[in-house]
Design a protein. Structure first.
Length: 277
């Protein structure tokens, strides 16, 4: 899967050829480059960058000085790459795009995980990811200290408000879904979104679910609702939660907090690949 992502990205960028490099360099020209940190944060994507270089030119030599998940500061050198100059130039942008994006996600995740430390709540990502590179973005969340929610529609059932409304209510939706899961060769967990205290009580009494999603509630409301959820069912808060408010949500006793902002509106970390001699 990772190789497919990389190969598709290389094809997208290089297409019929890297004419900028081909026009002024020979195959025999050699070069060295170092990846430099230009902004403090948490580095991520190092292993993916290595794989980009390897897939494009197996003769490139990569030396890594800083591993994924490490805190970095301006001026740090993450890795060096040596070999055919054309190969380094043709992969430069993809390596930077991946590492800057992943490092931005890891940095944001790490900052938020630090803010909820000691509360017992765990930070989750969502499916609000960039099409085609979800695996990389979710990998970056884990590198930053967060946890992955479901990867897609196939590995966990989440009954959202529209599902419930189309089916005709919480109980009916859960009962139909429970029967569906019981017939599966490999059963998967069921999560149900609730919008009111009444829906919460109905979901709990119906049973057969593993997690309840409390979406768009205030911390004050969550303090009232979370105690109504038995220990056998996990609780998750989401919706309208920011870096400045997440501590209040985490202190309500919820098991998980999911934030789409970890991946859908993150700022990339500033990195640069520079030639040296």
């Amino acid at each position: 899967m990772i190789d497919d992502i990389i190969l598709n990205a290389l094809k997208e960028d290089i297409g019929a050829g890297d004419h900028s490099s081909q026009s002024c360099l020979q195959d025999s020209d050699k070069g060295n480059a170092k990846l430099i940190v230009k902004e403090n944060g948490v580095i991520a994507g190092v292993e993916i960058a290595k794989r980009v270089f390897e897939l494009y030119d197996s003769n490139l030599v990569i030396e890594v000085f800083i591993d994924d998940g490490a805190k970095v500061e301006v001026g740090d050198i993450v890795l060096e790459v040596s070999g055919k100059a054309k190969s380094i130039l043709s992969t430069e942008r993809l390596v930077l795009n991946i590492m800057q994006r992943m490092s931005g996600i890891a940095t944001k995740t790490s900052n938020i995980v630090h803010q909820i430390k000691g509360t017992g709540a765990r930070l989750l990502d969502t499916r609000k990811t960039t099409p085609g590179i979800r695996q990389l973005e979710k990998m970056a969340v884990v590198i930053g200290g967060g946890m992955n929610h479901r990867f897609g529609l196939y590995d966990m059932i989440m009954l959202k408000d529209n599902h419930i409304d189309f089916v005709g209510g919480i109980r009916n939706a859960i009962e139909k879904t429970r029967s569906y899961v019981q017939a599966m060769e490999t059963p998967i967990d069921i999560e149900v979104e609730i919008r009111t205290k009444e829906e919460l009580i109905e979901a709990v009494s119906t049973g057969g679910i593993q997690r309840i999603l409390l979406d768009n509630f205030t911390p004050e409301a969550l303090k009232e609702l979370v105690p109504l959820i038995p220990d056998s069912i996990e609780s998750e808060a989401s919706g309208g939660i920011t870096e400045s408010t997440i501590r209040a949500f985490a202190e309500t006793g919820v098991d998980f907090i999911s934030m789409g902002a970890l991946t859908h509106s993150v700022k990339s970390l500033d990195l640069s690949l520079k030639a040296y001699f």
